[in-house]
Design a binder for this molecule. Structure first.
Ligand SMILES: Cc1cc2nc3c(=O)[nH]c(=O)nc-3n(C[C@H](O)[C@H](O)[C@H](O)COP(=O)(O)OP(=O)(O)OC[C@H]3O[C@@H](n4cnc5c(N)ncnc54)[C@H](O)[C@@H]3O)c2cc1C
Ligand code: SF4
Ligand code: SF4
Length: 366
């Protein structure tokens, strides 16, 4: 099977993605050349580039993408499912160490797996999201195991993490692991599947992708304005989306308050309405919040985990052997529920893409 996409340049990237409101802020087009930079949660063009074929266009998850080619090239055909991409195994798990769980968004599975990969030398550098003083996120390269748990939790705003990956490959890192949202994992998959002739992007250094489930991400300017109506940003210690409650909860030292989805929806980044992937299908292992019969205070200390690749399977097996993760039985119906939710997201995004006049051909975002 051959990749059906055509190579184009920065001009087309601007027209087809940035001006069309499809830019996810993933950061994949940043740090490849000096012409594109992150400004707040936007990717902006500093200088025009007249190259007819650019890595920025080739790696962007929102330029036309031959998904069938990517899946076939990167995963075992026998593992592919239409709803969730490749699935080798499905688990409910969490960090065995309570100290990790306390600093994590849910069960701390992501932090535990990245820390283990670093400890065992599977990777020498982990790219994770780091809080900035102005309530933004940046990607950061971490080489010390005890540094990963300091970058846990989710704030539901963009982290242009792949820009940090692009930076790290140019430095001394030889074996890199990345924590990625689904669109970021897609950008990495495009890098993996289309190595450039001179191997300038050194994609062979990418050894591990831990993906995050993702329903949407919020616009930093809009969401931070909304938050400021209720509390100073410096007071915020965390936030979450308890399933089935139709609200986003915000945690400060003194109080917990919430926004209804009606208040949150206008802050959702436009590009997310056209996103087909809710489970980071192009990862080695994907992690999201659990669905359990217990109440949310217990449920939120666990994760749902999809193992997708051989590397992912080996890391999960090691985590089990070293007892850094603990497991419990997957409740009946959880896998089907996740499949249905993933399918709903795909259907909605495809409908909206068609309305936009895109995605009607063989390839997505065409
Ligand atoms: C924008 C967003 C939307 C999400 N939507 C859903 C959802 O709809 N359903 C669901 O089940 N789960 C969703 N998640 C995933 C969920 O919030 C947890 O990250 C996941 O359950 C893993 O929990 P954990 O305790 O193992 O993570 P932790 O051990 O706390 O690790 C979280 C990791 O995520 C990284 N990170 C944080 N924010 C970002 C970001 N913006 N971009 C890239 N990396 C980041 C951190 O650096 C850290 O490495 C979402 C996450 C994000 C960031
Ligand atoms: S590569 Fe990522 S940041 Fe750059 S234009 Fe595409 S979606 Fe936006
Ligand atoms: S919903 Fe899709 S486009 Fe939006 S941040 Fe999540 S993975 Fe990226």
């Amino acid at each position: 099977m051959e990749d059906q996409t055509q190579s184009k340049g920065q001009k087309e990237l601007q027209e087809m993605v940035q001006k069309a409101d499809l830019c996810t802020g993933c950061g994949a087009c940043v740090n490849l050349c000096p012409y594109q930079v992150i400004y707040n949660d936007r990717t902006i063009v500093l200088h025009d580039c007249d190259l007819k074929e650019g890595r920025c266009y080739a790696f962007c998850p929102r330029t036309p993408t031959d998904y069938a080619f990517l899946r076939t090239k990167l995963f075992n055909q026998a593992d592919l499912t239409p709803e969730l991409g490749p699935v080798k195994g499905f688990f409910v798990a969490r960090a065995a160490r309570e100290t990790i769980r306390k600093k994590a968004q849910h069960g701390g599975t992501v932090t535990t797996l990245m820390t283990l990969a670093l400890q065992e030398g599977i990777i020498d550098t982990a790219i994770v999201a780091e809080d900035q003083p102005d309530f933004q996120h940046h990607g950061v390269a971490v080489t010390q195991t005890n540094e990963i748990k300091k970058r846990g939790k989710s704030k539901f705003i963009v982290s242009p993490t792949i820009a940090a990956f692009n930076q790290a490959v140019k430095g001394g890192a030889q074996k890199i692991g990345v924590v990625a949202t689904p669109c970021q994992a897609q950008a990495l998959a495009k890098m993996r599947s289309r190595p450039i002739a001179d191997n300038d992007n050194q994609i062979d250094k990418l050894k591990l992708i831990i993906g995050l489930f993702c329903g949407w991400i919020l616009s930093w300017p809009m969401f931070s304005q909304l938050l400021k109506t209720r509390t100073p940003l410096s007071e915020i210690q965390g936030m979450d989306i308890p399933p089935g409650k139709g609200k986003v909860e915000i945690y400060t030292k003194k109080k917990t308050f919430s926004f209804s989805m009606e208040e949150i929806n206008p802050c959702v980044r436009e590009a997310c309405h056209y996103c087909l992937d809710s489970t980071a299908e192009f990862s080695d292992i994907s992690v999201g919040s659990a669905r359990l019969p217990e109440d949310w205070s217990e449920t939120k200390t666990w994760n749902q985990v999809i193992v997708r690749s051989t590397q992912g399977q080996e890391l999960m097996d090691l985590a089990r052997k070293k007892k850094v993760l603990e497991f419990r039985e997957v409740p009946k119906g959880n896998f089907e529920e996740l499949k249905n939710a993933a399918l709903e997201k795909k259907k909605g995004a495809l409908d909206r893409l068609r309305e936009k006049g895109r995605g009607t051909g063989e390839m997505l975002y065409e």
